[in-house]
Design a protein around this ligand. Structure first.
Ligand code: FAD
Ligand code: FES
Length: 270
């Protein structure tokens, strides 16, 4: 069951001029959250913006005994709400409703997990990487950004035993180019009998390319889609995604309820 709390800001860590990580005290949400779920956030008191905005649960924060105490958000400033999240101060309260939506389905060994992240699409993967490590699943993160200064939390992922494959548009860190290129090369080399799950989150074009590449190699793929969400609760239909049934018939789902994590091979990509 989602809960609605006025969460106290514990800390705000700026990562760059546009990115920050906001830590919120929210024990009930932290305890219930599964990797890939999201919260609806309102950081300002006024009417602009009127509606909350969706954010993935980045990390589940714990005390020294391991008890969940809160969550953090990886935020990229693109407009009013994300600007308020960027500027939030410790001690301030932020309206936080969650956890919401369907999480990733977390695999077991001997299957490997390959996570594919573009930019702020890294957000759901810290929590997923932790779950995978608890299950001793071998994991790789293919992570692309515009430049090396926008590739964050690399040591955290390494510390969770995740192998990193990095790409940047400008070639300043890792391979120059799109993140799907090394994914495709690695898929081509992997024997069909070795099980694998691909998880992806990022811009729509990257998700579509990942989904098509996974399908070409006959691999399962779960994508976390980013639609504009007005309510997060199924009431406004702002978040619909075109899908196809197993028999090929088209239909639409509300990604706040049926997603944000959806089976890549059932989405109708343009
Ligand atoms: C399930 C889910 C999880 C998300 N998790 C994160 C996260 O962890 N961290 C994070 O920084 N962002 C995340 N987002 C995106 C975030 O919700 C949007 O960036 C935010 O709603 C923008 O609000 P704003 O008021 O700052 O910008 P606005 O002023 O509302 O919009 C600024 C511009 O961005 C466009 N825009 C707004 N929302 C989206 C969107 N979802 N996709 C594409 N364009 C958009 C608008 O059309 C407008 O042009 C997530 C979105 C979804 C659906
Ligand atoms: S966000 Fe309102 S129905 Fe999905």
């Amino acid at each position: 069951m989602p809960v609605d709390v006025a969460a106290v800001v514990i800390a705000n860590h700026p990562l760059s001029a546009d990115y920050n990580v906001l830590a919120l005290s929210a024990p009930a949400i932290a305890e219930a959250a599964a990797p890939g779920q999201f919260v609806m956030i309102k950081a300002g008191r006024g009417h602009d913006p009127l509606l909350r905005r969706p954010f993935s649960v980045f990390e589940v924060l714990r005390d020294e005994r391991g008890t969940p105490t809160g969550i953090s958000l990886l935020n990229k400033r693109i407009g009013t709400s994300t600007g308020l999240v960027y500027d939030a101060s410790p001690g301030q309260r932020v309206d936080c409703l969650g956890p919401l939506g369907r999480p990733f389905s977390v695999i077991e060994p001997p299957s490997e997990a390959w996570m594919v992240a573009g930019g702020v699409g890294l957000a759901p993967f810290a929590a997923l990487a932790e779950s995978l490590r608890r299950r001793r699943v071998q994991s790789v993160l293919f992570y692309g950004a515009r430049s090396g200064s926008e590739l964050f939390y690399l040591e955290t992922f390494r510390g969770l035993g995740v192998e990193l494959v990095l790409t940047t548009d400008d070639g300043s860190l890792g391979e120059r180019g799109r993140v799907v290129a090394p994914l495709e090369r690695r898929l081509a080399k992997r024997p069909a009998g070795e099980p694998l799950m691909i998880y992806a989150c990022g811009p729509e074009g990257m998700l579509a390319a990942t989904a098509k590449t996974a399908a070409r190699y006959g691999r399962s793929c779960q994508v976390s889609v980013e639609r504009i969400m007005g309510c997060g609760l199924g009431g406004c239909y702002s978040c619909v995604v075109p899908m196809r049934n197993e028999d090929g018939r088209p239909h639409h789902v509300r990604s706040c309820l049926a997603g944000p994590v959806l089976a890549a091979d059932q989405i109708v990509w343009d």
